[in-house]
Structure formats: C-alpha cells, structure tokens
Design a protein around this ligand. Structure first.
Ligand SMILES: Cc1ncc(COP(=O)(O)O)c(C=O)c1O
Length: 382
C-alpha cells in the first residue's frame, strides 16, 4: 500500500538554543519581564539597525500601545488595509480611533498610496500599512501622501521581520514598526511582539504604556532597591515575559539560516509553477524590496479554469496538502459589517480575496515537498 505524504500548512522547528535559553530562564527564578527581555530588545535593535525596541506580549497589544502613544483616540482616523488579520483593526478600535480602509496594490497586496490619498481627511491621525506576507509596503509613496502634515506611519510589520525596503529595515521608513513573534512567524517567541523605532521620546511613552502606564517595572525596582513607582497614563498589560524572550533569543540564532531556507523554497516554487503560465499568479517581489517571505500567497486567475478557490483548496486537501487563506477582508466578517461601506473603494482587495491561496512555506519544508505540492497544483489546474 502506498503511503501518501501529508504536508501541513505550517510546522515549527524549535531550536536547541531556544530550549537551552528557556531552561536557563526557568532555573534563574525570574520569569516575568527582566534581564532576558532587555537582552532580547538589544538583539532586536542590532538586527534591525534601530535605536529602540520594546518587547511586548503580542503584536496586537503592540499595535494598540504604538497607536495610543501617538495619541490615537476618539475622533482620530487611522487609515489601513482591510486585507489583513483582524488584529490591525482591533488595535485601532481598542484606542477608540476610527479605522478608515483603503485599497491595496494588486501585485504586492500592500496598501496603495493613491488609494490612501483618496481617503485622507483633516481627521487622519495615522497610517497603518501592513507588510503583508512579509513584503514591505511602498514607504516612499506613503511618505509622499503624508506630505507636509507629517502624518505618523505605524507599520504593522507582523509578517515582516527580516524584510527590507531600499536595503533598510522597515523601522527606518516608518515612525514605528510593530513585529509579531507568534508561533508561526519567521521569528517566534511562542507568543510575543515588539515595537521598534528610532524616536526616543516616543519610545519612552511606548515603554510605560506597555506596563499599565507605570514608570518602572518590578525587575527595575528590585535592581534599584526601592518599591516606589508612579502611574502616569492609562496603559496596557502588554509586557513580554523572560520565558518568551528566552525562546526568541534562541530562535534568533537560527534566523538567518531559516530565512535562507525560505528563499530557497520560494525559488523552487517559482521554478516549478512558472509552467502554469496565466492560470496561477505567483507572488511579486518588488526589485527595491526584500520580502521576509512569511507567506507564499498565490492567486488563481479567474476565467482560466472552472474551479473556485474553495474547491481548489478542497482538492489539495484531498491530496494531502493543507493550504490556507490570508486573508478574508475584515469587512466580510459579521462583527465588522459596518465597515462594508469601504468595500466599493477597495476593488483590488475584493478581487484578491476571492482568489488567494496560501501554500506551505516554513524552514522545515523540503525542496522535495515543494515539488510534491507543485505537482499536485499542476495536476489540478492543467
Ligand atoms: C498582519 C497581522 N497583524 C497583526 C497580527 C497580530 O499578531 P499577534 O498574534 O502577535 O498579536 C497578526 C497575527 O498573525 C497579523 O497577521
């Protein structure tokens, strides 16, 4: 009997280094925010060539903190993309801000600066571009749109750890960037995130807002030997624990080899799937960008076969290949139905949403498995 190989959408490799770091953290007796978080933050700033990083317990919390720190609240509009995970919109709402939705570029699926310009108002207080799948947004185009008003750009770079735009990391282009270290991300802490920026006074606010608005944390008080602290604002419980930072520190050591592996797999996908020509649109990497290749999102081309996207995913599943959908646009969810009024302004989002399929991409995947995945796709689409 032949055994068919099942290939999951995602499979994680936890490095030996991460296991060692976590064990050391547990043995240290200090589990919450402490020396390992500080060490992880320093490692992040070095990696991203940025001034400051504040590690947090998720990118969702990080986005809320980053937005609150620039004063987002009632009456403030924040322009973002509906083609994202719901966390982007949630963070704006947590702060009391109003999400305003703009369309994406049909090739990169990142926020389209022209569409952003068309929804700017005098109430626009921030732009939250999403580096979808790890591909950087057009930060030059977005800066031009922000123009003389210097509207802050807080990037949702949850997917983009390791990505560059014009050879520089994203925090060099945005006022602040928020990364996710969720279990499936290119760099993981299990759960976690970080806000990264070159703006010192802004990051001072970010730091205390991430710990209930308190001026110091427990570890600092222990080191300094005093109990007193002040609470200077309404903050969030968003601090990262030392255990999670330990996972991140360990994983960081294999990050570059993981990224090289992702690129190798991506090249193989291109080589194998190019034969499908106009039936399948492959992801586009702009020449001035380096994608982090968090996700490999292809688009079925309508009119070139008689399959719906959902039927395609079903057929792949039957053949042992798990695919995903990133993303259903936010305005298609029942809770967010009030945002459907933005739909007509976002034709590229609507068109992409019906056709996108995420294929497996993670360092544990082998080139042979990519060949298997591609053969199944070719079998279904030819
Ligand atoms: C685009 C985007 N933004 C934000 C988040 C939230 O990240 P976290 O799970 O770390 O809160 C995610 C999570 O997958 C995401 O995909």
């Amino acid at each position: 009997m032949s055994t068919r190989e099942n290939i999951p959408l995602f499979d994680l490799t936890v490095s030996r280094e991460a296991i060692k770091e976590v064990t050391a953290s547990l043995r240290s007796g200090w589990l919450s925010t402490g020396p390992r978080v500080a060490q992880f933050e320093r490692a992040l700033t070095r990696k991203l060539d940025a001034e400051q990083a504040v590690a947090v317990n998720s990118a969702t919390a990080g986005l809320a903190v980053a937005l609150k720190a620039i004063g987002i609240g009632p009456g403030k509009e924040v322009i973002t993309s509906p083609f994202t995970f719901v966390a982007t919109i949630e963070a704006i709402l947590y702060c009391g801000g109003t999400p305003v939705l703009a369309d994406v570029n049909p090739e990169t699926l990142t926020l389209d600066p022209e569409s952003v310009a068309s929804v700017l108002t005098r109430h626009t207080a921030a732009i939250v571009p999403v580096d979808i799948a790890g591909h950087p947004c057009d930060y030059v185009g977005l800066r031009l749109v922000c123009g003389k008003r210097r509207i802050p750009i807080i990037s949702d770079s949850a997917h983009a750890f390791g990505a560059t735009f014009h050879s520089k990391s994203i925090p060099q282009w945005a006022d602040a960037s928020v990364y996710s270290f969720y279990a499936t991300k290119n760099l993981t802490c299990g759960e976690g995130g970080a806000i990264v920026s070159n703006r010192k006074s802004y990051m001072d606010r970010v730091r205390y807002l991430s710990r209930h608005g308190m001026t110091t944390n427990a570890f600092q008080r222990q080191v300094q030997g005093g109990w007193a602290y002040d609470v200077v604002d309404l903050g969030f419980k968003a601090n990262m624990s030392d255990i999670h930072a330990a996972v991140g520190l360990g994983q960081l050591r294999q990050f570059e080899s993981d990224q090289a592996k992702r690129r190798q797999l991506v090249v193989r996908y291109y080589q194998n799937l190019e034969t499908l020509g106009d039936r399948l649109e492959l992801p586009y990497e702009r020449p001035d960008c380096r994608s982090a290749w968090h996700l490999f999102i292809v688009k079925l081309v309508s009119g070139r076969h008689n399959l719906t996207r959902d039927r395609f995913i079903e057929l792949m599943k039957k053949q042992g290949i798990e695919c995903g959908v990133h993303y259903q646009p936010v305005f298609d969810f029942s809770y967010y139905r009030s945002m459907r009024r933005w739909k007509k302004r976002c034709p590229n989002v609507v068109s992409a949403a019906e056709r996108v399929v995420t294929l497996p991409l993670y360092p544990k995947l082998t080139l042979k498995q990519v060949d298997t995945i591609c053969n199944r796709i070719i079998g279904i689409l030819k």
